[in-house]
Ligand binder design. Structure first.
Ligand code: ARG
Length: 590
């Protein structure tokens, strides 16, 4: 309905100008969706704001605007006569034949009426997933992976060129510790590929960290190792490469399973650019030395006793840190000699909010953020167990992603086998495995995406796998139900009649819901909240189910039958498209 809304907006602006030629400046109709379905499709509240400047009653203003609208032939073709309500709202109802024609246009259109942005801008960068080498990918990274992938899919579908960047933690002090430790306990791992597996690597990393914290001589050797690595020592670089490779392959298994595409561009990529960051901050006077460290004091960010907090960009030993790397990354990503991007989106847990506030502010003050470019942190809450505490295994360990995904699929399979035996259906093992895998992984993704990402999120297999409620299985089932109509003889892909005819309120409710898709996607593109898309799809499934339960489709007479089948088809296509944008494939049967 976005295009209809735009047309209405223009008609309203013109009507207002005709009604009140004496008013100066462009008049704002304040057009928005109707607050209740019984008020029609749209409502224009602009009369209220005009009461004061025009010194007239808002209802009289609304009436004058409505009269002008009614005098406009193109408006009369689009809407029923406007209704004035309350203190001076103008309620607008799109004509049924216009809605039906909108639906008709979307049939067979792969974009389902969603316009593509014509973009000559640089790529939109989505920085997501970004686990750390030699550490296990944890549930926080899973959230980032799922949310980031969905945002990238929506932006791509809208027509943007998207750079999906995996900013892996592949540089820094952790390698000094790890290499020092491995030299002593597993030297093979530093010279031979696959000498150890990632599980071991993670354990070695933990041991190394422990030694680093406890043993001063280990600490200083580790620091020397970092210097060697950063100085480009060949043996160190080889060892580093092997360790990265090993982690990378483990991460890739998770990405493959979840169908996630990412380009790796880790922290090490920015290493050559770090000195310039500090040099430039020094030269511009933003950086000062405080307690031996290079600091930029932040505007408006104060700590205890109201003292301004610094962003540390160079440690007292001369080394660079996470913030320095992010500053170098910003310069590269926004710079015309780098990516030339105008929008960079960072998907990380909310715990990093102050890091990004600081980094963004320093980049801004240093003049590295060109006019019109934006840096956006997309924070998300913690993943909690059903007890509201940090998600742990029964024995209290952190949950491994692989185990978590395995369990989702196993439980989906058990549910499916139970259902099949209740329904006395027999299906092939291949079918069972495909459905269980799809449903299990979809449930994990959807549970994450459907909650407002800012809040903490309680992980519950039972809830996410339920066939009812706002879950992936419920949505997948709606698609399956529509595919069932085709199997029962409803030719969903037959050429629909030129004029669709609807009469029942359930049909109109479905039509109106179907036509909201473009507005919802535009909202996700700007607000970066995937749960908006989830709620939309959930409502669409509910409205569809109500329609299908209460209105005959296959048994209806023509022309209703074809028109209703067309609605079924558009509902299926919309659900499939929406699920696809969430990174969830649809099933024909389940
Ligand atoms: N590696 C970081 C972590 O595991 C996330 C990196 C996010 N991206 C960035 N540009 N800082 O927490």
């Amino acid at each position: 309905m976005l295009r209809l809304a735009q047309t209405l907006q223009q008609q309203l602006v013109a009507a207002m100008a005709r009604a009140f030629p004496e008013a100066d400046g462009p008049l704002d109709p304040a057009l928005g969706p109707a607050s209740k379905p019984e008020f029609g499709d749209f409502q224009a509240n602009g009369a209220l704001a005009l009461a004061k400047p025009l010194k007239q009653a808002p209802r009289a203003i609304a009436t004058a605007i409505a009269e002008q609208l009614q005098g406009d032939e193109s408006f009369r073709a689009l809407c029923d006569a406007p209704q004035i309500a309350g203190p001076g709202f103008i309620n607008l109802t799109i004509k049924p034949e216009v809605l039906a024609a909108e639906v008709r246009q979307r049939l067979g259109d792969p974009r389902l009426g969603v316009e593509s942005v014509i973009s000559d801008q640089g790529a939109v960068i989505v920085d997501f997933s970004s686990p750390n080498i030699a550490k296990e990918m944890h549930v926080g990274h899973l959230r980032s992976t799922i949310i980031g992938d969905c945002l990238a899919r929506v932006l791509e579908f809208r027509g943007h060129r998207v750079l999906r960047l995996n900013h892996v933690g592949d540089w820094g002090t952790q390698f000094g510790m790890l290499i020092t430790h491995l030299k002593q306990v597993a030297p093979d791992a530093l010279t031979t590929a696959d000498a150890i597996d990632l599980g071991d690597l993670v354990a070695f990393y933990r041991e190394a960290k422990k030694r680093f914290d406890e043993d001063e001589s280990f600490q200083s050797t580790s620091r020397e190792e970092v210097v060697k690595l950063q100085g480009g020592d060949a043996t160190s670089l080889k060892a580093w490469g092997l360790l990265c490779d090993q982690s990378r392959r483990e991460f890739q298994k998770i990405y493959d399973r979840l169908d996630i595409r990412l380009s790796e561009r880790g922290e090490s990529f920015y290493n050559p650019h770090l000195p310039a960051v500090v040099e430039d901050l020094k030269a511009s006077g933003l950086m000062v030395i405080d307690d031996g460290a290079g600091c930029v004091f932040l505007d408006g960010v104060t700590g205890k006793e109201g003292k301004p907090l610094p962003l540390i960009v160079q440690k007292s030993d001369g080394g660079f840190n996470y913030a320095t790397t992010d500053l170098a990354a910003i310069r590269y990503r926004l710079g015309s000699d780098g990516d030339g991007s105008e929008r960079v989106i960072y998907v990380t847990d909310a715990g990093q909010a102050s890091h990004f506030t600081g980094v963004f502010q320093v980049a801004q003050r240093a003049g590295w953020v060109p006019e019109g470019s934006s840096l956006e942190h997309v924070p998300f809450g913690l993943v909690q167990g059903e007890d509201g505490k940090k998600l742990k295994t029964r024995s209290g360990e952190t949950v491994r992603l692989k185990d978590l995904l395995d369990e989702a699929v196993e439980r989906a399979e058990a549910d499916l086998r139970r259902r099949l035996s209740e329904e006395e259906r027999s299906e092939s093992e291949a079918f069972i495995s495909e459905v269980a895998t799809t449903v299990g992984l979809a449930a994990v993704k959807y549970a994450d995406l459907s909650t407002n990402r800012i809040t903490n999120y309680q992980f519950s297999f039972d809830r996410m796998l339920a066939l009812s409620g706002n879950t992936a299985p419920y949505l997948l089932y709606a698609v399956v139900r529509i595919s069932g109509i085709a199997r029962k003889g409803g030719a969903l892909d037959a050429e629909p009649p030129q004029q669709l005819e609807f009469s029942q309120p359930q049909e109109w409710a479905l039509v109106r819901q179907l036509l909201q898709l473009d507005a919802v996607l535009q909202e996700v593109e700007s607000d970066l909240l995937p749960n908006r898309l989830c709620s939309y799809l959930f409502e669409l499934s509910q409205v569809f189910n109500r329609f299908y339960d209460q209105v005959p489709v296959l048994k209806a007479e023509e022309p209703s039958r074809s028109s209703r089948l067309a609605l079924c088809r558009l509902a299926a296509d919309s659900l499939k498209l929406g699920l696809g944008l969430l990174g969830i494939p649809s099933l024909e049967r389940m």
